[in-house]
Design a protein around this ligand. Sequence first.
Ligand code: PAF
Length: 281
Amino acid sequence: LHIIQSIQELRMRLCPLRQAGKQIAIVPTMGYLHEGHLSLCRAARAENDIVVVTIFVNPTQFGPKEDFDRYPRDEKRDAELLERENVDIVFIPPVSDIYPQSHSTAITPPAQSQGWCGASRPGHFQGVCTVVSILFNLVQPDRGYFGEKDAQQLAVIRQMALDLHYPIEIIGCPIVREKDGLAMSSRNVYLSPEERRQSLILSKTLKQGLEKARSGCLNVSDIIKDGEKIIQSITGVQLDYLGIVDQNTFMTPERVSIGDVYLGAILVGKTRLIDNMKFRV
Ligand code: PAF
């Protein structure tokens, strides 16, 4: 595992590999890695010659009142985990190299960024698109790996890659869950034991929605009304949103079809959690 911090060194390492025709993967992360991230690394490892993981807690995707300063960081542990996954390069640039003083360009995110997390976190997807596009330019990968837990982010990045003609295949990897159903997230460390128990209501609600559809109720607003009732009945949990969307356009249909995504966001104490499940039958 090569730990690289400078853009210049990253370019020096990657240039000959690219010229030799090696297939390069990027796995963009904000670090504090968990099994979800490692599953992305494994998928990337299986399908490419060179795997580059980036660790960058991107300030531009956090709102002024969000958790940028306290976002968990442990680069030493991250590097050990990546070493075990046979990752070739981990790129950990300083903020001032990605965003020098003079930086002022940003990417306007595509239509999929409207609503849901885009509504609750103004500017978030602009920050994500800008940093992902910078990282794509620096690494010039053949494939990019993203978790399906951030379903809206995945749809946004897919559209951005298409619109900006990036010659990069965007690959979504399934959500990895704890045994009790909680979707893995670096933010789960914020939860107290009580909040950790309360957090399960989100995956349970989504699962019930899927079961309701399986039993024949395909009406989107009925499924969501049920879900809202369940979440609002839990004290200590605040509902941000529940929604059902087409996985590519992120528009809401009237009736559920296969491939649509049931997504939700809740606040448990001060911690914002998101999750989603796909209707499959
Ligand atoms: O999903 C994340 O961890 C981040 O949003 C990403 C894609 C690494 C961009 O900062």
